[in-house]
Structure formats: structure tokens, C-alpha cells
Design a protein around this ligand. Structure first.
Ligand code: PLP
Length: 381
């Protein structure tokens, strides 16, 4: 099988797998006072340092969570407690959009969802206008879109938000470990990440909270006061160790991998555009993550194409949260029709993708689309 679903989850990096398994073979609660507990705490400290090094932040600014969904929820939950509006965009992951909707359920006017244009770019003027007009507690805008890979230049967002007294959160789940990120330069207050998108285990992630950010203390999970009270629950030592190892491994090869993967993605897109009549790539005019392509084959249902190419693991448009057959809210927000959204597949590459994978996948997609078109033509005849 050619695995091209890295944006849903990446295979574990060997370093992360080894570190996770080895941590699982030890015993010790990181809160226990005896030496086994202290050993576990030392492993967690090391992992915190590894993640902090990848982001260029301080280890004390990281809260370990069960993943980006929890980190996003925690960020929005705490920031909303400041009072004021929440502002986000129409192409955010449901872990932001649904969290924002749920927090503002009693007061729907307190949520502002910014539209995007047909390429997926944010309307910065509307953002500035809203910040000037309303008392915004938090702006939450992702760094890279999980479906299209479209990147957001957050600097003007941060500047406008801070000038208006709002905090900034970014869901960097698809960005961290794939492109260089320096939190001493990007002045966001909060950032979410997830280990399994860059080669760590599933079920572990982190929320970065900038030291000194005006964030009310408002945990979602209360109990034993772990993570300085921000997230109660026995630490997932093996998961955290795997997250740290994945962060270190990804950090060492970040720039080299980004270039290599970008070239493979461009080759894949070139092959598809050359060999399939009538297809287009979403967000192509903007800067995108190197490893993802979102391709629409108008009139050709994506689920039928996926079934027609069982040896390629890819997704229809909204894979990260899919299972439920609803059209991608990201593509709808970009002005695509429901039919086009249902005719879009996402192929996402990563550190272990090879040139041969790309050739095989392109062949399979071309044949799959052709097959579905032939079947549709026969049914309509
Ligand atoms: N945010 C984005 C942009 C994602 O792509 C995902 C993927 O699932 C999530 C959040 C949720 O992450 P997690 O699986 O760690 O909860």
C-alpha cells in the first residue's frame, strides 16, 4: 500500500517508536516521590525540552495534552473566560470551530467566523475591522490548513490582534514538525500541536502558553493538579516521551525533508494535471505545506475513486474528522459547490514517502478516475 494520508496521521518515526516502547517497558508515575517516579519525571522533563527546542520556546510554556483537539479546546475555553468575542476562520479544523460554537452556544453573537476567498486566504481587512469594532478576547487562526495545506502568514494577524488587546491562538497541528517554527519570532500567545502528525504516537500533544499571557486560569480537566494545574490526570509518560523523540527527529531534518517532500508533491501534481482531463488543485495559488495536495475531479465522486484504488491510502476532502459523509466545510467556505467538494481527494505525503510511491499513486489515481468516469458514462447511457 502507498500511504499518502500523512495529514490524517503519520507513521511513527523509528526514533519515536523506540523511545515510546522503551518508556512503556518501565514503571513509574511521574508524580511519585520514589526513584521510579522521579525517573519517569526526568523522561517527561527531557521530552518537554525536546519539544521546546523544536519550537524555540521555554519548556515551562508547554502543557502536555491528549492531542491537538484537547489543546484547542483548552486554549479557547481559557481565553473565552476573559470575556469578549471569539474570532476564528471558516476553514479551521472542527476542534476549533466546534469548540468555539459550543462555548458561545448561549450567546452565538459572541462568535465571529471570518470568511476566506476562493484560494482559502483570510480577509485581513475584515479581521482588522472586527477587531476595531468589537471587544475580542481571542483570535484563533490555523497556521496550515489540514485539507488544502494553505499556509497563513500570522504576523499581520498577531499585530492587529495585539494592538486591539486580543490574544492569539494558532492551531499549528499540521505545521509543527513539517516547517520551521520559531516562537521567539512568531508572537502568538497560544499554540496547539499533536505528536501523531509528525511521527510521534497518537493521543498526545501539547498546548504552548506564552509566559505572561493574560490568560485566566481555567482548566477543563480538574483533579490532581498536574501540568501546573492546567490539565489534571496522570501523565502519559510513554506518549510524551514519543512526542519528544519525534520532535527531535523531525527538527533535525526539517528543512531537508520539506524540500524533498515539496518536490515529490509537485511531481505528483504535475502527473495528475498532465494525465487527467479536467482536474484542479485547491489553494494552488497560495503558499502551501510541502506535503499535501487537494485535487478536485469535477463530477467524479471521491469515495468511488478511493474505492477504485485500494492500494493507495488517501482521503476524501475532510479526512481528519471524517467517517461521517458530509462535504468538506473548508472547500464550501472557499466557494466550491457541494458536488466539487464531494469530488475532491486529498493526498498527503511525509518523511517516508518515496519517488516510487508518487509514481504508483499517480498511476492509480489516473486509472481510478478513468474507471469511475467510464462507469458513470455507462450508467448514464
Ligand atoms: N487540528 C488540525 C488542523 C488537525 O489537522 C487535526 C487532526 O486531526 C486536529 C486539530 C486534531 O488533532 P488530534 O488528533 O491530536 O486531536
Amino acid at each position: 500500500v502507498v500511504y499518502l494520508d500523512y495529514n490524517a496521521t503519520a507513521p511513527m518515526r523509528p526514533e519515536a517508536l523506540e523511545a515510546t516502547v522503551s518508556a512503556m517497558q518501565t514503571v513509574g508515575n511521574a508524580s511519585s516521590m520514589h526513584h521510579l517516579g522521579r525517573d519517569a519525571a526526568t523522561r517527561v522533563d527531557h521530552a518537554r525540552r525536546q519539544v521546546a527546542d523544536l519550537l524555540n520556546c521555554s519548556p515551562g510554556e508547554l502543557i502536555f495534552t491528549s492531542g491537538a483537539t484537547e489543546a484547542n479546546n483548552l486554549a479557547l475555553h481559557a481565553a473565552y473566560a476573559r470575556g469578549g468575542y471569539l474570532m476564528t476562520s471558516a476553514v479551521e479544523h472542527p476542534a476549533v470551530l466546534e469548540a468555539a460554537r459550543s462555548l458561545t452556544a448561549e450567546q452565538p453573537d459572541a462568535l465571529v467566523v471570518l470568511p476566506v476567498d476562493s484560494d482559502g486566504a483570510l480577509d485581513l481587512e475584515l479581521l482588522s475591522f472586527t477587531l476595531a469594532e468589537r471587544d475580542v478576547a481571542l483570535v484563533s487562526i490555523m497556521l496550515a490548513n489540514n485539507e488544502t495545506g494553505v499556509l497563513v502568514d500570522l504576523r499581520p494577524v498577531v499585530e492587529a490582534a495585539h494592538a486591539a488587546g486580543a490574544l492569539v491562538h494558532t492551531d499549528a497541528t499540521q505545521y509543527v514538525g513539517r516547517l520551521p517554527l520559531d516562537l521567539s519570532e512568531l508572537d502568538v500567545d497560544l499554540l496547539s500541536l499533536s505528536a501523531h502528525k509528525f511521527g510521534g504516537p497518537q493521543g498526545v500533544g501539547a498546548l504552548f502558553v506564552r509566559r505572561g499571557a493574560a490568560l485566566p486560569y481555567r482548566p477543563i480537566l480538574v483533579g490532581g493538579g498536574h501540568e501546573r494545574g492546567w490539565r489534571a490526570g496522570t501523565l502519559n509518560v510513554a506518549g510524551i516521551v514519543g512526542l519528544g523523540a519525534a520532535a527531535e527527529a523531525a527538527g533535525k531534518r526539517l528543512e531537508h525533508e520539506a524540500v524533498r517532500i515539496g518536490e515529490l508533491r509537485d511531481r505528483l501534481e504535475g502527473l495528475l494535471l498532465a494525465k487527467v482531463d479536467d482536474c484542479h488543485i485547491n489553494g494552488r495559488r497560495l503558499a502551501r505545506l510541502p506535503g499535501v495536495t487537494s485535487v478536485t475531479f469535477p463530477g467524479v465522486p471521491a469515495d468511488a475513486v478511493l474505492v477504485a484504488m485500494p492500494h493507495v491510502a488517501a482521503s476524501d476532502g475532510s479526512a481528519c474528522s471524517s467517517g461521517a459523509p458530509s462535504p468538506s466545510h473548508v472547500l464550501l467556505a472557499m466557494g466550491r459547490s457541494r458536488e466539487d467538494a464531494d469530488s475532491t481527494i486529498r493526498l498527503s505525503l511525509g518523511y517516508a514517502t518515496t519517488e516510487q510511491d508518487i509514481e504508483r499513486a499517480a498511476e492509480a489515481v489516473v486509472a481510478g478516475v478513468q474507471h469511475v468516469r467510464t462507469v458513470l458514462a455507462a450508467t448514464h447511457a
